[in-house]
Structures are given as C-alpha cells and as structure tokens.
Unconditional design. Structure first.
Length: 240
C-alpha cells in the first residue's frame, strides 16, 4: 500500500455509491469541519459536482517519497543549500529534518504561551515549510484556501480521517514551487510523464538536478498538480 493523493474523488463516489456507502466516505469531511470550527476557521464545503474527467488522483512514491521532499526542505531552510541526493531506502535518519521539526514545535509552544499584552508585540517569524512538514504522512486534508496557520485537531481522541493537522493547499503549492525551483524542475510536467517515472525509479548520477533528485521531483510534481486541481475545483486535497 502507498499514499494516495486525491482531489474531487468524493464527487466521483457520490455518483456510483449508494447513500449508506457514500455516508461512510463523507464522515471524515464532517470531522474536518468540526476541527475547523473548533479552531476558529469557517467550515469547508466539498463540491459534489466535479466531473469525472476533472478528478485528480496520483500515488506518492511510497511513504518515504514525502520524507525525502521534507529532507530537502529542511536542508534548504536551515542551511540554505541542497543536501546530497540520497537513496530511497536511506532516508530514515535525517537529523536536519528533526531540527526543523523541533523549531516548529518551539515556535508553536512559544506562540501558545504568549500573554494577552505580549500578543501586541512583534513575534519571531514561523519556521519555513510549515505546510509541508505539519501534516500527516498517511491521511488528512489541505483546503483550497489560504490560512495563516496549520489547524490542529484538539479532540481527545483525535478524529479519524483528519490526520490531526489541516493545511492550506495554496501555501503548500508555494512551498513546493520553491523546492521545485531549487532542483530546476521543469514547469508543466504531468504526473504521468515518462521521464519523471524513469528518474524516480533510477535517479541519475549526473545531469540536471531534477534528474538526480528523481523521487523528490516526482513527489513535488504530484503535490503541485494536486494543489492546482484544488484551486481549480474548490475541492480539498486529501491524503488517503
């Protein structure tokens, strides 16, 4: 099994499932709106009129593929450079990524402890790549709206299908676009592009950077095409 990225698939299932079956698929969206309202954000209204041809569906390059993108993001954020390319099965230990997660944790703890008067003082900027890092590896949503922060599920236990953290698809696109420019990823590539698959399966030792970072190039393409579909359709990006 792998990580699937979907946009508009709820509408597709509305047309082919009985009411009871469809209801079970809609439950995570109900839970999502509970999290949003509790977090002080307006609810999301998932469109159910998306045409089948407009539905976006792609599979991430395994779960490690997302971690490899996050690794590149961490090195760029903290060191201002790309890390050396790494093999898919060598991405388990990434100290720089752990450092960036720690920076996000410290920032959120500091913000939550600020008193009423201190909130009027200028705070330090948030660490980079919040949308990319602060999201579940296996489930959850990015919404087709700009949000000033990632929204966390305050429920205990946490709601199923929401993945604890809700992000912004437009801001995720901006983060991915920055990383795409860092590896010189050509614009306009589709997730089915044969070259993307070729270099994700066997990254090059030489040549253009995006071919050396083949897995990252493929995963960034998936995320950018998904967030673009989200903006076009007004539908959430869903990890399933």
């Amino acid at each position: 099994m792998g990580l699937d990225i979907m946009v508009g698939w709820l509408a597709q299932n509305r047309r082919c499932l009985a009411d009871e079956e469809f209801r079970s698929l809609f439950e995570p969206f109900d839970s999502l709106n509970e999290v949003l309202v509790e977090g002080g954000a307006p609810p999301h209204h998932e469109p159910l009129d998306v045409a089948d041809d407009d539905v976006f569906e792609a599979q991430m390059w395994g779960y490690n593929g997302l971690r490899m993108v996050r690794r590149v993001a961490a090195h760029w954020a903290l060191e201002g450079r790309l890390p050396p390319p790494i093999a898919y099965d060598e991405v388990d230990e990434v100290p720089v990524l752990d450092q960036l997660y720690a920076a996000h944790n410290e920032f959120m703890a500091r913000e939550s402890s600020r008193g009423l008067l201190s909130r009027f003082a200028k705070s330090k900027p948030a660490p980079a790549f919040a949308q990319l890092l602060l999201h579940s590896d296996c489930e959850g949503f990015y919404l087709p709206r700009r949000m000033d922060r990632v929204i966390f599920d305050s429920g205990d236990p946490q709601r199923e299908g929401v993945g604890y953290m809700v992000g912004s698809a437009p801001l995720l696109w901006e983060e991915c676009q920055l990383l795409a420019s860092c590896i010189d990823l050509p614009e306009g590539l589709d997730t089915q592009d044969e070259q993307l698959w070729e270099f994700a399966d066997r990254p090059s030792k030489t040549g253009p950077l995006w071919q050396q970072y083949g897995v990252e190039a493929y995963c960034l393409t998936v995320l950018m095409r998904a967030t673009e579909a989200s903006a076009r359709l007004g539908a959430a990006v869903q990890f399933v």
